[in-house]
Write a protein that binds this ligand. Structure first.
Ligand SMILES: Cc1cc2nc3c(=O)[nH]c(=O)nc-3n(C[C@H](O)[C@H](O)[C@H](O)COP(=O)(O)OP(=O)(O)OC[C@H]3O[C@@H](n4cnc5c(N)ncnc54)[C@H](O)[C@@H]3O)c2cc1C
Length: 384
């Protein structure tokens, strides 16, 4: 009898988990992968869409392209999760599972920032990236504000990338001289775990003439007056406001007993929840690591190794070390890499690798290798 493994969410975490299980123990597991969406898109592709480098249809990988017979993909919306019985209800049926893995990512609460929907743009969803791209294309210069609107957000490097790419975009259109670019963030510095990495990124921001306000947060926009109000009492005028919206776990997770304080607590060594046989990986957890695709993927690999060991009677794998590589677009066709490790040492560490054109190629290969492994593409180069 094979073990029924049901994976909720086919993002970075879900795709890596099902691929690894199917690679290593296809005979022992019956894998079902459920996602409401028809396709996968890398988070970083949203910036490509926003800055007019790619169209949305060019960066979508349809799940129907997953042709592994061992992985059953269902396009369904999950309606409820009962972690005690490991039962899941979707708009397509009810699933009773032996092993349940929740990899449903983070959603956005745009209304948590009054005025954002009317007076600005979020660029973290696919639709938001497209709308922000249209606004940028129509922009004629002025004050641009890029703001992180909540303490928890995906991809710590993304706000830095965004302002540096706005700088490139305005420069290439001859609009930079009559524009200002301002970054606001609740974080105390670009990458709080490393002063040296933060200093290196700050030097890039300074060189691009980007004003930064750290340890502060925009709490509301006044769309009529076109001002952003901060929790330090300041009001900043803007012509274009680009926001990273407040993040939250999907409704179905928050409504389930599996969530505590809005997210799913896990054992950071194995990613098992307090409910036996129920795991959670990626942005939806409150694990003490950043929310990033590279991190979600490695968490999923850990869960796969834990399950492989349990189902084959092998030795338990080493605990998750919290290591990942994060690529950061720094503008002018360069990419930097930050190697982080959150759990292996007494304190989290980060090493900054200076921006180069070679790292552009490395990031590209990093992406295409995932598409090849997860979707079986032999033309992944054209799909990213
Ligand atoms: C602009 C931007 C740039 C980024 N750049 C990088 C980068 O360079 N490197 C990096 O490592 N990370 C980057 N990230 C972060 C990265 O995209 C996420 O951290 C990563 O996708 C998290 O993986 P996950 O598996 O936890 O969730 P996701 O990949 O978000 O997958 C969750 C899945 O669950 C599905 N789902 C949710 N609710 C339901 C439901 N009720 N029913 C059915 N399905 C549901 C969703 O459709 C989705 O497919 C970036 C993110 C953004 C927004």
């Amino acid at each position: 009898m094979s073990t029924k493994v049901v994976v909720l969410g086919a993002g970075f975490g879900g795709l890596e988990l099902v691929t690894r299980l199917d690679d290593v123990i296809p005979e022992q597991v019956e894998i079902t992968l459920i996602d409401k969406s028809a396709s996968f898109t890398f988070g970083f592709s949203k910036l490509d869409v926003m800055f007019g480098k790619r169209r949305l249809d060019e960066v979508r990988a349809p799940y129907r392209d997953i042709t592994r017979p061992g992985i059953g993909y269902r396009q369904e919306t999950i309606l409820s999760i009962d972690p005690r019985t490991r039962q899941v209800v979707t708009d397509g049926g009810t699933y009773d599972t032996d092993i349940l893995v929740v990899a449903l990512g983070a959603d956005y609460d745009v209304d948590a920032t009054p005025g954002l929907a009317e007076g600005g743009y979020e660029f973290y969803s696919l639709g938001g990236a497209e709308r922000s791209g249209s606004a940028l294309a129509a922009f004629d210069g002025g004050a641009v504000i890029v703001s992180v609107l909540g303490p928890v957000f995906k991809c710590p490097g993304a706000p830095i990338e965004t302002v540096l790419l706005v700088n490139d975009f305005l420069t290439s259109r001859g609009l930079r001289e009559r524009s200002t670019i301002q970054l606001t963030s609740p974080l105390p510095m670009p990458i709080p775990i490393s002063k040296a990495t933060s200093a290196a990124l700050q030097a890039l921001l300074d060189a691009a003439g980007i004003e930064c306000s750290f340890s502060t947060m925009v709490t509301r926009l006044d769309p009529k007056a076109r001002t952003a109000h901060l929790n330090d009492g300041r009001a900043l005028p803007y012509d274009l406001f680009l926001g990273i919206p407040v993040h939250c776990a999907p409704d179905v997770v928050r409504a389930s007993e599996i969530a505590e304080d809005g997210w799913i607590p896990v054992d950071p060594a194995t990613f098992e929840t307090k409910f036996p046989g129920v795991f959670a990986v990626g942005d939806v957890t409150s694990a003490p690591v950043p929310r990033a695709g590279g991190m979600a993927e490695r968490e999923a690999a850990t869960v796969a190794d834990v399950l492989i060991a349990r189902l084959t009677g092998g030795a338990a794998p080493p605990p998750f070390d919290g290591a990942a590589a994060c690529y950061v677009e720094t503008g002018a066709e360069s990419v930097a890499r930050i190697d982080v490790n959150f759990l292996a040492y007494d304190v989290p560490v980060a090493k900054f690798n200076t921006p180069t054109a070679e790292l552009v190629a490395e990031k590209h290969t990093w992406g295409t290798s995932r598409l090849t492994r997860w979707f079986g593409y032999d033309d992944a180069d054209d799909r990213i």
